[in-house]
Design a protein around this ligand. Structure first.
Ligand code: SF4
Ligand code: SF4
Length: 303
């Protein structure tokens, strides 16, 4: 029977959120991956390798300015960063940390569950069926959950892997795990997604999600964002592997500064969004409170 464990740690309200692309390296090569499409080799030159002590100093400066933050580590694959478990142990003394992982490196996961703090660190586990075996992935999710970690599972509605999404949903469910869905933002077969999903495909994805309205379905009917005041840059930022901070994943050129700089600061106020649409649901925590409340009342987002 599917159980419903908590899906996130109880973090303080109104935390500053940082999404950290920790380094550009991964042991997988998923065909839909932004980094695979951009070219890992070139991106890898921007990676900055530091020890746990050095990162602790950088993030401690941010702790002194903004208090305990929510750090969402993506990478590439974070567990391939040298000394990653040490970095996590250092950061989670002051911040809440969420790690997105393909969950493929079992020995490192075993080290992680022994040493990481399950009250401060949670995992977003993305299943990539072109690269990973279902049974291995499942066993690693169960290892994390067995040690009291919040470990959510996500699956991308990439057209060539949509045929198996119901099957995987069922198999996870048989093991008490809810599989979340993510929609594709990007090109496939010359078409731009999510706009290119046909009405039938959207219906199909919603059926697999299991409900009509909510955070997972938002991307299927993107809401225009251009001109809306957004807190990205003020209480949310994306940190690139070289320490450069930008407002959000879509506004790659709008640099705020570099977190390696001792004087780094976020914007004082929200600013208008210059983009037509907001990918990755970043807006859900970034929009001004009044705007978010209006969307919540209309049932267009859930947070
Ligand atoms: S596991 Fe993630 S980072 Fe690695 S190739 Fe796949 S999508 Fe990209
Ligand atoms: S609405 Fe989305 S795309 Fe626009 S600035 Fe905010 S986070 Fe970025």
């Amino acid at each position: 029977m599917e159980t419903t464990p908590p899906t996130s740690l109880e973090r303080p309200q109104r935390q500053v959120v940082f999404a950290w692309d920790m380094h550009y390296s991964c042991n997988f090569r998923c065909p839909y991956c932004f980094y695979t499409l951009t070219g890992w080799h070139e991106l890898a030159k921007k990676s900055t390798y530091k020890s746990a002590e050095e990162w602790k100093r950088v993030w401690h400066r941010l702790y002194e300015k903004y208090g305990s933050c929510h750090i969402r580590i993506t990478a590439g694959e974070p567990f391939t960063y040298p000394g990653f478990v040490d970095v996590l142990a250092a950061l989670s003394q002051e911040h809440w940390v969420q790690v997105t992982s393909n969950l493929s490196l079992r020995p490192l996961l075993e080290d992680f569950v022994r040493r990481a703090n399950n009250r401060r660190v949670e995992l977003d586990c993305t299943f990539h069926p072109f690269e990973a075996k279902f049974e291995d992935f499942l066993q690693n999710v169960l290892l994390l959950r067995g040690r009291g970690f919040i470990a959510n599972v996500c699956y991308l509605a990439y057209p060539p892997q949509m045929a198996r999404m119901e099957e995987f949903k069922r198999r996870f469910k048989e093991n008490g795990i809810h599989m979340n869905m993510a929609v594709l933002w990007g090109r496939y077969a010359g078409k731009e997604y999510p706009h290119a999903y046909t009405p039938e495909e959207k219906r199909w994805i919603k059926e697999v999600i299991g409900y009509e309205i909510g955070p997972e379905t938002v991307g299927l009917e993107p809401i225009p964002t251009k001109g809306k005041i957004c807190g990205a840059g003020q209480r949310y930022a994306v940190i690139h592997a070289d320490g450069r901070a930008v407002r959000c994943g879509q506004l790659g050129e709008e640099t705020i500064g570099n977190i390696l700089d001792e004087n780094f600061e976020l914007f004082q106020t929200g600013r208008p969004c210059p983009s037509d649409y907001c990918r990755c649901k970043e807006f859900q925590m970034a929009w001004e409170e009044e705007e978010k409340q209006a969307l919540l009342q209309r049932g267009e987002v859930k947070v």
